[in-house]
Ligand binder design. Structure first.
Ligand code: MN
Length: 375
């Protein structure tokens, strides 16, 4: 069965069946394998206890589960017989802006008469601290946010539901082993700290964002919801997805040199129709560079910290990872007249990558439906 959930993948999640306590499970094809008996750290309502053990324990456990999962030794449940919960307790959440094409497109849309990239962009991975408390698991409805909006043509702001609700197709990286306050994580040590990867949709209210973001950056236009996949793909399953970074010019400062891109294909699905195919391998900054930059000032990291890539956009129009870009600021409707999200719209982000077995693996998808603003 080539569904992308074979022995070369085995992503982790947290599930619950009726009358039982939430615990860690592993997806194998269309079943959730109950691995709580494999080691005590998996009999927990989040992945954090297991993730904190570090890369040697991750590798040993993965080898053990690989041996057991195909046998009938461990209990397993059909996917539709379980509920999937947020797989990890989210610590700090940082969102980057690592796609050259996305940053260039946004610059052209918002500042058409200026250089699209700001002077710092090619020197450091730009990011902001987001809100971990509103990170939700795939399938959680997204209520249209209200807030202050002011179009450039209006004299003063008004309050009401966002009229420019958007998606951002991203990848998220989950920290397993943290780092001490005052220490730094070098680019090459990503795999000693990052446990795995999730699909991530950074829902964004463009009208709220445009009015509030100067001078301190994104705030309420982003913090109302961030969706992540129910399945965390271990970094080990992406070993063959590693590829060269695009050329970085000028060369980054020494603490940012090195790192690899990931060859992950993304699909943006709107109400059942694929509307874009962003290629993660085109991202300018690597995950290792993002983590090195996040800690270069000595900021500590903890188990469960989440950092996201920023919107994934490629160079072609049908590889853009946000509706802002797909509709070019709302001026060019796409996919049968769409600009921004309508109530009832459902967006699913799908991800796939080369697996270590010669085929492809399917990362956990991220889905969400827009509910009307609350009065
Ligand atoms: Mn984002």
């Amino acid at each position: 069965m080539s569904d992308g959930f074979g022995l070369d993948h085995l992503p982790y999640g947290v599930f619950v069946t009726e009358g039982s306590a939430p615990r860690v499970g592993v997806r194998y094809h269309d079943r959730v394998v109950d691995v709580a008996t494999v080691r005590p750290e998996l009999d927990h309502p989040t992945l954090n206890t297991f993730m904190a053990l570090g890369p040697d324990a991750w590798a040993r456990t993965r080898a053990q589960i690989t041996e057991l999962v195909g046998s009938e030794v461990l209990p397993a449940f059909p996917l539709d017989a379980v509920s999937l919960l947020l797989p990890f307790g989210v610590g700090d959440y940082v969102d980057f802006y690592a796609s050259l094409d996305h940053a260039t497109n946004v610059g052209r849309i918002f500042r058409p008469d200026q250089e699209p990239l700001l002077p710092n962009w090619r020197h450091l991975p730009v990011g902001y601290h987001g809100r971990s408390g509103s990170v939700v698991v795939s399938g959680t409805p997204v209520v249209r946010p209200c807030g202050q909006r002011k179009a450039p043509t209006e004299d003063s702001p008004t309050y009401g539901p966002s009229r420019r609700l958007d998606i951002e197709a991203e990848l998220g990286f989950v920290v397993g082993v943290g780092s001490e306050l005052g220490s730094r994580i070098p680019v090459g040590e990503l795999s000693r700290h990052v446990f795995g990867v999730v699909g991530l949709n950074d829902w964004s209210a463009r009208d709220i964002q445009a009015w509030e973001y100067v001078p301190l950056g994104p705030f309420l236009g982003k913090s109302f919801a961030t969706s992540v996949s129910a399945w965390v793909t271990p970094l080990a399953a992406l070993a063959d997805a590693s590829t060269d970074l695009p050329a970085q010019e000028p060369a980054p400062l020494p603490y940012l040199s090195g790192g690899h891109a990931l060859d992950i294909a993304v699909e943006v699905v709107l109400n059942g129709e694929v509307v874009s195919r962003p290629p993660y391998r085109t991202m300018y900054w690597s995950p290792g560079q993002m983590l090195a930059h996040l800690t270069v000032n000595g900021a500590s990291t903890r188990t469960g910290d989440l950092f996201a890539s920023g919107t994934i956009s490629g160079p072609e129009p049908d590889t853009r990872g946000s509706f802002l870009e797909l509709s070019w600021g709302g001026k060019e409707p796409f996919a049968g007249g769409h600009t921004f999200l309508e109530d009832g719209d459902e967006v699913t982000l799908r991800y796939s990558a080369p697996g270590t077995g010669g085929g492809r693996i399917t990362l956990g998808e991220v889905t969400g439906r827009i509910e009307p603003a609350r009065p």
